[in-house]
Design a protein around this ligand. Sequence first.
Ligand SMILES: [Zn+2]
Length: 659
Amino acid sequence: MDNLWRDDEAKTFERSDLAMRVYTSRLLGSNDDLVLHGGGNTSVKSTLTNIFGEPEDILFVKGSGWDLKTIEEPGFSPARLDVLKRLASLPSMTDTEMARELKASMTDPSAPSPSVEAILHALIPFKYVDHTHTDAVVAISNSPDGEVLLKKLYGDSVLILPYLMPGFVLAKQVFDQTRNLDWTKLEGIILMHHGLFTFSDSAKESYSKMIDLVSRSEDYLRSINAFDGLAESDYQPQPEDYLQLAQCRRAASLHFGAPMVTSWKRDQKSVGFSSIDNVNDIATRGPVTPDHTLQTKRIAAILDESPAEGVDRFAAEYLDYFDRNDNGELTCLDPAPRYAVWKGRGVLVFGANIKRYGVVSDIVEHTIRAVQWGEALGGWKTLSEAEIFELEYWELEQAKLKLAPARNEYDGKVVAVTGAASGIGKACVEVFASKGAAIIALDINPDISTLFENPGITGIACDITSEESIQSAVEQGIAAFGGLDILVSNAGSFPPSMTVEDMDSDLLEKTMQLNFNGHVSMIRACTPFLKLGFDPSVILMSSKNVPAPGPGAGAYSAAKSALTQIGRVAAMELGGYGIRVNMLHPNAVFDTGIWTEEVLTKRAENYGLTVNEYKTNNILKTEITSHDVADLVLTICGNSFSKTTGAQVPIDGGNDRVI
Ligand SMILES: [Zn+2]
């Protein structure tokens, strides 16, 4: 493992103990083989002058809600060191009491709550303490001879402690076991099945010890070929896989109680893992480190030929697991899986929203590796079901359930938008993404694949006049997010003005292809998935030209009229599945690339208007922007319109020919 310490970088953090703490915490956080998404914690012992002018010994310890990768000085909670040490000497305390006392020990009530491992940090008699959940060391501890092997690797330089729940009992264990210890002979402490602590009066040394100790475990794993032995394999997706995936998403979402983003990981490592003969067994033994359970649940769901049934089976078994371990006072969590091994096909990840999905996805990648290392070490062996349950249903976690979960309106929902690279389509992508939705953004412009820097938006090049292109794009989108709830069929173009008398047949056909046939193909490709969606809805971007056509725009008006008519029919045909189909009639929006100042000036002159008069040439004298249209799309897909289908809604500032 690389040591990332750089003297020149470190110099800029030398101004204070806390600044230096920020530097090496970020070094640890930047390596996801050490810590993942808020895992691990660090501290520094320093002094602060209180309001009476007296110096106080303070433990600055990582506050909850902060990630080592991005932590800043305010991310460390300032706790009074003497209070923490006194707490450690108490014979017992519940974790709820401990959490309260940790908060009360802070010198700044507005700082984040101190890590539950704060007392443990206080007990270690060195200035800097680093703690990670290192994959390599923990994976070795999760094998049949793990403890013996770790003793062989580290000798007496590292204290190895058996697993205990994080919190007061763990701090107490360290307190008891280190009372008569010569700390100067110690390089670190391994907590079996949990992680590693290193410490020193120098930030550089504490960090470097972490890297050295982890490297020793990594070298060992390399020496037994555990790193190179990871299973890899390919899978050629079949058309029916995508519908089965959407069925899995539906099943998991029903167990979860809200829509879940579901992603199909089918890279070589995921497919390889899912193809291991005894994957049923090794994927259901337990997590790398118990706190992963809070994100991934204890084990994977196992899916085979009827994958949605596998999701249901997981949920039923989860409820049994709860009943087996519940003491009668606990609140059962939702029984939906967070990841699943789809045999021979890869891994599915289920997330309540894009952020949760990302966290689970990363943890699962590390789990897949660690499980195989564990097998190379003689058999992946984790904590018992009861021990994992104890953490999953820890009183501090149960207390969090009483707080209403913060959910965005569209968390877990999937929206497909065509014509997504510009104008109204792009505005729709932005507005749905801001409400938490995952977006399949389709556009004929290949730049779409890199246009949005947001893990919740997958940009896919798609020509809606090609059935093949639509099929492939929809499949890619379904693989990314697991299903579809909303289709915003928006792609279109305004052809050059032409009278009926002079109408060019090719131009007419092209206009119909893009503004009518393409939409029908899109609806057809999406319908099987919308049938499995949640509050499914289709928005067809029609035009003001339908109720109020203009001379020279025959082809466009006819195509949009046909689109509107088929939307009305689709509303009748799909209503039985709960799918709503509504049409929007926007007037031109001017905040897009095609409406340059030059074009606007020319068009305005045509009508003898100023540019502003031209843009606001409607009853309300207001300009319609692409974001206005996107907001209306959002509203129609939402609750207010949940009982409306087959409707045509104008957004044109009021037009006397429409009214
Ligand atoms: Zn820990």
